[in-house]
Ligand binder design. Structure first.
Ligand code: C5P
Length: 214
């Protein structure tokens, strides 16, 4: 009999993009299918964890046994995460959170009057950094999707956001598709995983998390 790797653990996760409304019909978002996050939620549940998945707008089915909380904006995502974080052992931020949101959301549809349109944006809170800095922070895991210089940026995030693990991938490897190639960065260094389906990569991440926890 092999005990499940995350039996008894409570996992809180974010996945998908956020959508920052500009007016009732438009907004700013990120390219994120949610596939990697949903695969990871499935792998955590299969490993015996109790999983709460806070998801931005995606068209992914909810994995069996996973509690899903749907949100749109980064501020809503932050609120949902903070509502659940005190009862979580592990937090995994997979969401592609928009870095900025419009300062104002127009109540009515913006009409095309001028030749140019200027919108002022303000920084969104960093949900992952905030969770990892809590006095009773869960074991916190982040993702780093970069278009270049992956090692530098991923290692930078590990220390700047005080994380236990960063899953790094070059965006051209993973975006939108069903396979991904990632490198895991932790205090001991870098651990590349082979190119595989997102489900297999997710199981590799779960197995690394369980090793770090024990
Ligand atoms: O700094 P960067 O946005 O590249 O960091 C990516 C990691 O931080 C991901 O794990 C992402 O889910 C998380 N993040 C967050 N809130 C933000 C921005 C990023 O939780 N506002």
């Amino acid at each position: 009999f092999q005990p499940k790797l995350l039996a008894g653990k409570r996992v809180l996760m974010t996945a998908g993009p956020t959508f920052e409304a500009l007016d009732p019909v438009r907004g700013l978002t990120n390219l994120s299918s949610g596939k990697m996050g949903f695969a990871l939620a499935r792998a955590c549940a299969e490993a015996g964890a109790e999983v709460t998945l806070v998801s931005g707008p995606v068209s992914q089915p909810t994995p069996a046994g996973v509690t899903r909380v749907d949100v749109k904006s980064a501020l809503q995502m932050r609120e949902a995460v903070l509502n659940h974080v005190s009862t979580s052992d592990i937090f995994i931020g997979v969401a592609a959170v928009a870095d900025y949101r419009p300062v104002e959301t127009a109540a009515d549809k913006i009409k095309k009057t001028g030749e140019t349109l200027t919108v002022e944006f303000t920084r969104n809170p960093d949900i992952l950094a905030e969770v990892a800095a809590l006095p009773a922070a869960p074991f916190s895991v982040g993702f780093a999707a970069e278009s270049r210089d992956l090692d530098n940026y991923a290692q930078g995030k590990l220390s700047a956001k005080k994380l236990k693990l960063v899953v790094g991938n070059l965006v051209q490897d993973g975006m939108g598709g069903d396979t991904n190639q990632v490198v895991l960065f932790d205090a001991a260094g870098r651990h590349p995983l082979p190119l595989a389906s997102k489900d297999e990569v997710a199981r590799g991440i779960v197995s690394h998390i369980s090793k770090l926890l024990s």
